[in-house]
Design a protein around this ligand. Structure first.
Ligand code: PLP
Length: 438
């Protein structure tokens, strides 16, 4: 048995029904490989890589050792007018993994910070080009881009935006891409590419010259895995080019092999101007995120500063490029490379998606979606829409499986080190719990 807290009063948990949690806390006290251990010693299979963070599995000694070594060498360095060698090494490694041309990297600590940093890079770029009036952004209904004020404004999951309207900025939302005819589609749906034309409509309505950029998740993750229709991302790319908008792919979930390629941009063959990433960058071990952009964007911003002694970008964090996070990320990238984990994700995907799509006829399941090692299980709503996911999530935990839930959906995203037996066990638990009448 591991220690369970006796006092739950002081820690206010994020995105949690704290009142319910305090009555029946579901906790993890230890983790190894693809399994968590509760304080009572029960094993819980990790079906969502924590929160899409740990494709290399938990308890990786290589990362722990790199973190320890870095702490003992250089535990912290400021990055305002100073730097440490390790962040340049990491930026170069990332440039080698990213789609060609995306090779300038800005570091932060969370996905939310990466998104807000990307928004500021867009604004700074347009101002540098003499188009400072481009201050509006476009995103998509059902989108999730973190919870800082920029990301809250971009949010298409409206509960995340509704209560904070006084402080959000100017964002216009395109329609989301799921439709009835896509129900139970494995991989990319055939229909819906024309929904990208919403971007053109918005450009005409609001004036393209007021818009700085368009943010989308290549696969909408947090809403429950909505895979882009064939041709949709290509069409967004073409419209963004036509109107001089920057296209930003928020790859906080899809980055680092989740689609079977390093980045979803590569899996779908569409290169944006900016990519945001976090989570699996360090296998979740140390908070870290990054924004990658092109030399052209950076050059434009640098050129505007001319020979003035000032930062080109008035933005940065105390923990930008934290050396310990950089060391964790480098060790993680080594694991991905040495164990060929992105290739392994691609190889495991058919067995994973077959397991998921095998849940089709269960009484609680109303739709299934999936691509690579990411899947959504839509549940038939209970009395109140939106409540089913959390009920099912609690029942699955009791049955020995951790998955992420949102509204009436479950999101499954196993680690790439999972074995086929782990996937089978996942399927068994899902069938048992979702096979019940309610
Ligand atoms: N962007 C996307 C696409 C995400 O899925 C998330 C988190 O799930 C974020 C941004 C925010 O990341 P964080 O929670 O690290 O701030």
């Amino acid at each position: 048995m591991l220690a369970r807290p006796t006092n739950f009063d002081h820690h206010w948990l994020p995105f949690t029904n704290n009142r319910m949690f305090r009555e029946t806390p579901q906790m993890f006290a230890k983790a190894e490989g693809v399994r968590y251990l509760t304080p009572e010693g029960d094993t819980v299979l990790d079906g969502s890589s924590g929160l899409f963070c740990t494709p290399a599995g938990h308890g990786r000694r290589e990362i722990a050792d790199a973190v320890h070594a870095q702490l003992m060498t250089l535990d912290y360095t400021p990055h305002f007018q100073r730097a440490a060698p390790v962040s340049f090494e990491l930026a170069e490694r990332l440039a080698g993994l990213l789609p060609e041309g995306l090779d300038r990297v800005f570091f932060a600590s969370s996905g939310s910070e990466a998104v807000d940093s990307a928004m500021k890079i867009c604004l700074t770029y347009h101002r540098a080009k003499g188009e400072g009036q481009r201050t509006r952004f476009v995103s998509r209904n059902w989108g999730y881009h973190g919870v800082n004020l920029g990301g809250t404004s971009l949010a298409g999951m409206v509960n995340n935006r509704r209560e904070f309207s006084g402080v959000t900025c100017d964002v216009v939302h395109m329609r989301q891409t799921w439709s009835e005819e896509q129900r139970y589609t494995q991989g990319q749906p055939e229909t819906g590419a024309e929904l990208a034309d919403d971007l053109e409509e918005i450009c005409r309505t609001y004036g393209a010259d007021t818009i700085a950029g368009v943010f989308v998740e290549p696969i909408a993750g947090s809403i429950g895995t909505v895979v882009p229709p064939k041709g949709y991302l290509e069409r967004l790319r073409a419209i963004a080019d036509r109107y001089g908008l920057l296209l930003i792919f928020d790859e906080v979930i899809t980055g680092f092999g989740r689609t079977g390629a390093a980045f979803a941009s590569q899996a779908f063959g569409v290169t944006p101007d900016i990519v945001t990433m976090a989570k699996a960058l360090t296998n979740g071990a140390i908070p870290m995120s990054a924004v990658a952009t092109t030399a052209a964007i950076q050059d434009t911003v640098f050129a505007a500063a001319g020979d003035q002694d000032r930062p080109e970008l008035f933005h940065g964090y105390t923990y930008s490029a934290h050396p310990v996070a950089c060391a964790a990320a480098l060790a993680t990238l080594d694991i991905y490379r040495d164990e060929k984990l992105f290739e392994r994700a691609a190889a495991l995907s058919p067995a994973f998606l077959d397991m998921i799509f095998g849940l089709r006829n269960l009484p609680q399941v109303s739709d299934l979606r999936g691509y690579g090692m990411l899947a959504g299980i839509q549940l038939a709503p209970a009395d109140k829409p939106g409540a089913k996911g959390s009920l099912a999530q609690r029942a699955l935990f009791d049955a020995g499986l951790h998955v992420k839930a949102t509204g009436d959906a479950l999101i499954v995203a196993p680690a790439f080190v999972s074995g086929e037996d782990d996937l089978e066990q996942m399927g068994d638990i899902l069938r048992r719990v979702l096979g019940r009448a309610d």
